[in-house]
Design a protein. Structure first.
Length: 444
């Protein structure tokens, strides 16, 4: 399987290069991304495309540009300015884009997409119609949208079609696909991967349904309790299900996880970066053992560090971490970006370095080479965590040229501070609290 995936990943890298010229959402023909525009700029761009579709009512591409601008305008007023949801919905009704689109380009992919995107309850016929005419040049966001709608259907053919087109488009980042593979690769046969969202399993679905690897693993979304229990083979009476429904969200999540851990006959895994853990009671946290990129639930203690070393030495595809994915597709989902995943590897694997340095010189040299390769393009970059930690990669000449990966406290800032003051305070706090987690060997 490992050799097969290496060949498949090489093809994924090729597809990434082929699609690198594709752009995400845009404003005018070659304008900057919509998310970088303020409200006045968005209003100007909206007027441009609104006038354009008035003059060219059958131009489907122009309608798509208009609806993309509308989505961003509604989003800014709803989320970024702190106004109520109703304000955003009022603006949407005022702009009246989708009803106008229904008259101008009915039956087109852009119309179906726009209708589904804006409705809270969508008739399945609209989703089916959109997928049936799905073009090959849609943005990555579109594929994610359709996967979210199709993932729980018993008929998997439409889902497989979307996943295949997504993969062939080259827009699913190869670095994320490799990370998804390594997460599953470290699990035992028939293991269950619990995810807090659909976004975290899209790459794994591509691996299973398109590339045909790790098909024995069961992928579950915790929010869909009945389907999750059915997939794992856990009996759940109506009475038990109702007991979950009566709880508040955080309490319900904990109760569902506890029930799953205690009743599953299959090994259960979470992402090592899972947000579930921060809300878990201490007795459940104590039963989660880090094995590298995943955490394994076990009521009985065991040597998880030995399993972690096995994963790094025998299971994970580590050599690809020293490659630069050029040209890299810039994912709109920051969690899937190569740099974000690189930070994950460093955070999760740094504790192996002291052991290898003392007990396994060959493996220490290999992991040092991999981590050096990861840090080289990240020099001077950092990442803040919701946990209040900040990680930074730096380069030093002291003792020979080498890279360092450090952890410190994260200054969250004050809305009333200017950017320069915030930057200075963030750096001061980090320098005061930092500790070096990884110090690579001098570069020859």
């Amino acid at each position: 399987m490992k050799r097969t995936f290496i060949a498949l990943l090489a093809f994924a890298l090729l597809m990434t290069g082929v699609s690198a010229q594709k752009k995400g959402k845009f404003t005018l023909e070659d304008g900057q991304p919509l998310r970088r525009l303020d409200s006045l700029q968005l209003d100007s761009v909206y007027r441009y495309w609104d006038n354009f579709v008035t003059e060219h009512p059958k131009d489907e591409k122009a309608w798509r540009k208009l609806i993309d601008v509308e989505h961003e305008m509604v989003g800014q007023r709803w989320y970024f300015l702190g106004t109520e949801k109703q304000r955003g919905e009022q603006l949407r009704k005022q702009l009246n884009v989708v009803p106008r689109m229904a008259k101008a380009i009915p039956g087109t992919y852009t119309y179906y997409y726009s209708y589904v995107y804006e409705q809270q309850r969508v008739p399945s016929a609209y989703v089916d119609s959109a997928v049936s005419v799905l073009p090959k040049d849609v943005p990555a966001e579109d594929y994610d949208l359709w996967v979210n709608y199709l993932i729980n259907r018993k008929d998997s053919l439409p889902l497989i079609k979307v996943l295949t087109l997504y993969y062939e488009s080259g827009q699913y980042p190869a670095s994320a696909l490799q990370y998804d593979y390594n997460e599953l690769q470290g699990m035992e046969k028939g293991g269950v991967y619990l995810s807090e969202s659909r976004d975290n399993i899209i790459g794994k679905l591509i691996l299973q349904h398109v590339l045909g690897v790790h098909k024995d693993k069961i992928l579950c979304i915790v929010g869909n309790v009945k389907k999750m229990f059915e997939s794992i083979g856990i009996p759940c009476s109506d009475e038990i299900f109702k007991s979950f429904s009566s709880l508040r969200q955080d309490e319900r999540q904990t109760a569902v996880l506890r029930y799953t851990f205690e009743h599953s006959k299959r090994p259960i895994y979470l992402s090592a970066c899972s947000r579930f853990v921060s809300k878990m009671p201490d007795d459940l946290k104590a039963c989660l053992y880090n094995e590298g990129l995943t955490m394994h639930y076990s009521a009985k203690p065991y040597d998880n560090m030995a399993v972690k070393r096995r994963n790094v030495e025998q299971r994970y595809l580590m050599d690809y971490l020293v490659l630069q994915f050029h040209p890299e597709v810039k994912s709109y989902d920051l969690a899937k970006s190569a740099s974000s995943l690189a930070f994950n590897y460093m955070v999760l694997l740094y504790d192996l370095m002291p052991y290898y340095k003392k007990h396994n010189a060959e493996q220490y040299a290999k992991l040092n080479r991999v981590l050096t390769g990861i840090m080289k393009p990240l020099r001077g970059r950092g990442r803040g965590e919701s946990s209040g930690k900040f990680y930074e990669v730096s380069f030093s000449e002291d003792g020979g040229p080498h890279y360092e990966f450090a952890e410190g406290s994260y200054y969250r800032g004050d809305p009333n501070e200017d950017p320069e003051t915030e930057r200075q305070k963030r750096q001061e706090l980090f320098e005061k609290t930092k500790r070096v987690l990884i110090k690579t060997e001098p570069i020859e």
